[in-house]
Design a protein around this ligand. Structure first.
Ligand SMILES: [Zn+2]
Length: 394
């Protein structure tokens, strides 16, 4: 544990060191220093980022008790100067300290242990052993967690010997090591942890649970702390303000407005489909009246597939007709063929004859088939082929 400056002072961001070793890890150059401020990814906390002698540190790993800094370019000097990205470090401190507070709050309010923890790029998660949870439970937990923040309690860290563990009410079993690092939130939480934390709970700013979902028989809690929570609040406020101006209502009426709009939309859709049905009925009559023979051919452009299908079915029920309808829609073409009961042709036999013409595929019943294809330019030809075939049965 020697030389891990972040354990003594997580606020220290610059340091001087000597290169002890260079290691190749998956074609990336890793360097080991005699001391470092860089936190290596572990225990759910991602690694720090920053620079060593002006060279970018891509990732920091823990390998056989050594801290290995993966850098983008080799460093020729032996003595180096490192600087970590403070914004990322402080963000991790806020999320991580917030997690300790939140995990203990889950124990105090719901008796739920934290099973795992992860700081993600946008939000952090803990998995808690709960079989069920609701919004009110979450609010109670959040309230306690944020009270602990407002009370601005001290957060201390120190090492203890293994035989002293019994004296501390640790939140979870400590690692099997001779010396164990304790992170203590004054009179609230004791946890064995090697991460970086704030000095005072007040620095966490706020803890907000965003959502929760079932995960392998437990619950996964998504939360944000500090600046992430502020960013999240700003984003939500922007959305709310946009909705307020779209609906011309106040904040509290937005949900009602959305619900009303949804109901209206549903009603309109129903009415529209009824009107469409009626229209198709009249259209079918019109087509029948103007056709001179029993086989009716027609090409439609940019209509709904279902509408044309409905139209075809409507006509073959009205009398002894066979219909061959083509539809050009976007880049595709569709063919619809149907016949009345008295015309005894198995339309499925047409599919293999004309589907290749439009590079299409299809099928159906003996009295009704559909083919969808790509070659628009051959639509008329396909219709003529189908016509010739059907004609022999009439
Ligand atoms: Zn921690």
């Amino acid at each position: 544990m020697n030389g891990r400056l972040y354990l003594e002072d997580p606020y220290k961001i610059e340091f001087e060191a000597e290169i002890l070793e260079k290691i190749n890890i998956k074609n990336k150059l890793g360097i080991v220093l005699d001391q470092t401020c860089f936190y290596p990814e572990s225990g759910g906390q991602p690694s720090d980022r920053g620079e060593i002698n002006g060279k970018k540190v891509i990732k920091v790993l823990e390998l056989n008790d050594k801290v290995v800094h993966l850098i983008e370019e080799d460093i020729s000097e032996k003595k180096v100067r490192g600087i970590i990205d403070w914004n990322i470090r402080f963000d991790h401190m806020q999320q991580h300290t917030g997690q300790h507070i939140l995990s203990q709050s889950f124990i105090k309010i719901l008796g739920a242990e934290t099973l795992s923890f992860h700081i993600g790029e946008f939000e952090s998660t803990i998995d808690v052993n709960l079989k069920s949870i609701d919004g009110e439970d979450i609010e109670r937990v959040e309230l306690l967690a944020n009270e602990i923040i407002y009370q601005n309690r001290d957060v201390k860290s120190y090492f203890i010997r293994r035989d002293e563990v019994e004296k501390y009410k640790l939140r979870k079993a400590p690692p099997n090591k001779d010396r164990i690092r304790i992170v203590e939130i004054e009179d609230f939480d004791f946890s064995a942890c090697g991460g970086t934390h704030c000095k005072k709970t007040g620095e966490v700013g706020i803890i907000k649970v965003k959502k929760w979902e079932k995960m392998k028989g437990n619950f996964r809690i998504y939360f944000v702390c500090g600046k992430r929570a502020l960013k999240d609040y700003s984003e939500k406020n922007r959305i709310i303000n946009k909705l307020i101006s779209e609906f011309s209502v106040n904040e509290k009426e937005i949900i009602k407005s959305v619900e009303r709009l949804r109901t209206e939309c549903k009603d309109y859709r129903k009415r529209l489909s009824k009107l469409q049905e009626k229209l198709v009925f009249y259209e079918a009559e019109e087509i029948i009246q103007s056709s001179k023979e029993k086989i009716i051919k027609k090409v439609f452009k940019e209509r709904e597939v279902n509408e044309i299908k409905y139209l075809a079915l409507k006509i073959i029920k009205r009398g002894d007709f066979a219909v061959i309808f083509g539809l050009e829609k976007g880049q595709r073409v569709h063919l619809f063929m149907g016949r009345s009961e008295k015309i005894s042709v198995d339309l499925r036999k047409i599919v293999e004859r004309i589907a290749p013409l439009i590079e299409g595929r299809g099928g159906g019943r003996p009295d009704y088939i559909e083919i969808g294809g790509e070659r628009k330019e051959n639509l008329e030809k396909a219709i003529d082929e189908a016509y010739k075939y059907i004609k022999t049965f009439i």
